[in-house]
Design a protein around this ligand. Structure first.
Ligand code: ZN
Length: 284
């Protein structure tokens, strides 16, 4: 079942105002309906959400700043408002509520972003599963959303933050993210830079540290083999090492750190282009 009912109802000073009219989808007021999943796939340029029961979303586009607001009447959301930063064109996506009966999803665009509102499509795959395809112009603008590229394609196995170390059993800050990949997979420089360290550390194993023009540094650890030496200049996407499991490591993976101003570890996910943003709302 596909419904395409983004209809232009008025064109005020603000820009486009769009209403969604959905008559074919039944919604039962008695049901204790709630939002189950909400995600934004940056590569597919698509927003998806699902509710426990069928829902009739209402949507509008509001200018200044440009945003898409989708309300889910009858669907409860009991958590706090959650906002996730995305990139340049779509700056953030958030989930919250209007009141106790209505969940609200908001897609925030960059100020003055020329959103082609007549090309928006709100589609129902089922009465409870919906998606919105954003125009291709959004994806084009999002591509250069961050200065970094991903150092490799792999499976994210550990995030940034405090944890019990799998080998030492000590509680300590995991200063980067872990991306699992086969031994020998090329590790790419996330941005142009200079090699300030390339060598061995008992913890990091074979590692490379790059200095970037903005003052930040990036670190790549547990490499099987290094492909650069201290003092070299590297270009973004240049292979600087190969994935391995050297140092204190339990399997073949890249440990990747971002050191703000060269010293303060920060969550690399905030610097890497986001490919998929999932709001875990069902557990609330
Ligand atoms: Zn790690």
């Amino acid at each position: 079942m596909i419904s395409r009912f983004w209809q232009k109802t008025s064109c005020a000073i603000l820009g486009g105002v769009i209403a969604v009219a959905l008559s074919t989808i039944a919604w039962t007021a008695e049901a204790r309906n709630r939002l189950e999943t909400f995600s934004f796939d940056v590569t597919q340029n698509r927003i998806e959400f699902a509710t426990l029961e069928g829902v009739e979303p209402t949507g509008q586009v509001i200018a200044d700043p440009m945003r898409i607001v989708i309300d889910l009447p009858g669907a409860i959301y009991e958590g706090k408002t959650v906002r996730r930063n995305i990139g340049r064109a779509v700056q953030a996506v958030r989930v919250g509520r209007v009141n106790e009966e209505t969940t609200r999803l908001v897609v925030e665009f960059a100020p003055n972003f020329p959103l082609e509102t007549d090309r928006l499509r709100l589609q129902a795959r089922s009465p409870r599963h919906w998606s919105i395809q954003l125009p291709e112009s959004v994806a084009a603008a999002n591509i250069q959303s961050t200065a970094f590229v991903w150092p490799l394609v792999g499976t994210l196995t550990a995030g940034f933050g405090w944890r019990i170390h799998p080998i030492t059993n000590q509680r300590r800050l995991h200063k980067g993210i872990d991306i699992a990949a086969p031994i020998g997979t090329p590790i790419l420089a996330v941005a142009d830079g200079t090699v300030v360290a390339a060598g061995w550390d008992d913890g990091y194993g074979n590692f490379v540290e790059l200095q970037h023009a903005d003052g930040n540094r990036t670190l790549y650890a547990h490499a099987h083999r290094l492909l650069v030496q201290k003092g070299m200049t590297v270009r973004q996407k240049q292979a600087i090492a190969e994935v391995g499991s050297t140092g204190r490591s339990t399997g073949s993976h890249l440990h990747f750190e971002v050191l703000v101003a060269g010293t303060n570890p920060a969550d690399p996910m905030a610097f890497l282009p986001q490919r998929y943003v999932l709001f875990d709302v069902a557990a609330r």
